[in-house]
Design a protein around this ligand. Structure first.
Ligand code: 4AD
Ligand code: MG
Length: 479
């Protein structure tokens, strides 16, 4: 007899089979019914014991959170909501859990606030919500690799330590191997960061894009999927200091191809979760429905979580230019009634209140905004013929905001050098990037998907701290 995972057992085992299950007790009722979960699925298996046949000392140790191994025969279940259960012949305690201690944790079976769950990030894996979230997070990871592999893309590992600030936003974490008792100083007495890494400046990467471009200009189509770091001190529900990003980069693609790829990709991911994670999704769907009910009516999402995924999977995204977006916003009610906090004028960056208006009020569907003013976007974006805008695109999702940012890249050396000058970027620092425009340069394009924002969309979780196992936010890095 071998140890079976509960998921496999529920899917393929038959009544009469002898089984061994190992997992953690979720609840033990009436000295008879043990609910066991082993993480393979949101569903528990019920193990039924005839307590007269078991040692009192063992029964006492079967309590919430304890680890157990049960051996028995699969029988048809009498209870509602489950098809089979285990008639237990043998039970062993693998790891005890003190009930008084358990009571103080998120494992105590009752509704806990997400704040409390965050304080116990080391234990929240044991809850239904976080089990479901992290299984779906895995499902998305797998689907991302599958999507690109099936299309003939190559996964490229780009460096985490780098001296480049790809986005030019200056939000980098410095990394040093300084002897802290002997920190190198510049002539005017400041810390000399140019000596960070054995005499080179170095930081944690903000994006693997520039390196991915080099890969794409040889391998044709590549994608990165790695951790990225931003030292922005923003305590919002959508920003992390350490987040994961997927960055495809494709030679010979223009902005339209880039939009088509993004749309196909996000539809694929939505479908994948609908098709492969039905149980977890149903649980999160019900959870989301409760959360929606608790909100004032005007803030409720009329679609359920499952309907939102179906909507993305089956409907075209709306595509508009930045200039059109500004037009729409300036003609909107909140603008006319001075309800927006930030000004709307051609040339300013859109704030989340504007993005939310466009996706949630004006269009009520995912929106791709293209062709932003050059000044508010990164140096590498391809200049349009109007001389004012660049071939950029942001994808906005209802309830999430910006989920993807991307562009066609500037492949023309002379224009790129001028952009470096405009953005105050020393050509010597990006010589390797400029070099790629010297040898067979071609149009190419790519984008970055914020992985956690996709997980938020697929799970209905509304705080980004609740979709990554160990969130890194200002002041939060213990474990
Ligand atoms: O728009 P961003 O900054 O674009 C880039 O980094 C480009 N190099 C991508 C590319 O073209 N290859 O970031 C891309 C996405 C955003 O749309 C957002 O979803 C996510 O990454 N993101 C964050 N997610 C969590 N926390 C943060 N602090 C994030 N900053 C960006
Ligand atoms: Mg962006």
């Amino acid at each position: 007899m071998k140890h079976t995972k509960i998921k496999a057992l529920l899917e393929t085992s038959e009544v009469g089979e002898k089984v061994i299950v190992k997992g953690w007790v979720r609840a033990f009722r009436s000295n008879r019914f043990i609910q066991i979960n082993d993480g393979s699925t949101i569903n528990n298996i019920q193990a039924v014991i005839e307590y007269e046949n078991f040692d009192e000392a063992i029964l006492k140790k079967i309590s919430t959170a304890a680890a157990v191994e049960v051996q028995g025969t699969l029988i048809e279940s009498q209870g509602k909501g489950q098809s089979v259960e285990i008639a237990v012949e043998n039970v062993q305690i693998l790891g005890e859990a003190n009930p008084d201690e358990v009571q103080k944790t998120v494992m105590q079976p009752k509704k806990h606030s997400l704040e409390f769950l965050r304080e116990q990030a080391h234990l929240r894996f044991r809850t239904n919500t976080f089990g479901a979230v992290f299984r779906i997070r895995h499902g998305l990871t797998f689907a991302i690799h599958k999507f690109f592999n099936d299309k003939g893309y190559y996964n490229l590992h780009t460096p985490i330590l780098t001296s480049s600030d790809a986005e030019g936003a200056g939000e980098m974490f410095h990394v040093t191997n300084f002897d802290l008792n002997n920190v190198p100083k510049t002539e005017d007495g400041k810390v000399d960061y140019s000596k960070d890494f054995f005499d080179k400046p170095v930081n944690l990467t903000v994006s693997g894009q520039l390196e991915a471009e080099l890969g794409a200009l040889a391998l044709g189509q590549v994608y990165t999927f790695g951790p990225t770091f931003r030292a922005e001190n923003s305590n919002t529900s959508r920003h992390l200091a350490e987040f994961w990003m997927i960055e495809p980069e494709v030679a010979f693609n223009d902005l339209k191809d880039n939009m088509d790829l993004t749309e196909e990709f996000l539809k694929y991911l939505s479908n994948y979760i609908l098709d492969h994670y039905a149980d977890d999704l149903q649980f999160l769907n019900d959870r989301d429905a409760q959360e929606q009910k608790a909100k004032p009516e005007k803030d409720r999402n009329p679609l359920t979580l499952i309907e939102r995924l179906q909507f993305v999977a089956n409907n075209d995204f709306k595509r508009i230019t930045y200039t059109e977006a500004i037009e729409i916003l300036r003609n909107s009610k909140p603008f006319k009634k001075k309800k927006f906090k930030y000004d709307v004028d051609w040339g300013v960056d859109l704030h989340s209140e504007h993005e939310r208006y466009l996706v949630e009020k004006e269009f009520n569907c995912p929106v791709i905004i293209t062709d932003y003013p050059a000044e508010i976007k990164a140096f590498y974006m391809r200049q349009n013929d109007d001389g004012k805008t660049v071939a950029a695109m942001d994808v906005l999702f209802p309830g999430i905001g910006e989920i993807v940012g991307g562009s066609q890249r500037e492949e023309r050396m002379d224009v790129l050098k001028k952009k470096c000058a405009d953005f105050n970027i020393d050509e010597k620092e990006v010589w390797w990037y400029l070099d790629s425009r010297k040898f067979g340069t071609v149009p190419h394009a790519g984008f970055g998907l914020g992985f956690e924002r996709m997980v938020m969309f697929a799970t209905g979780m509304t705080n980004i701290r609740d979709v990554i196992p160990f969130p890194r936010t200002p002041g939060n890095a213990d474990f």
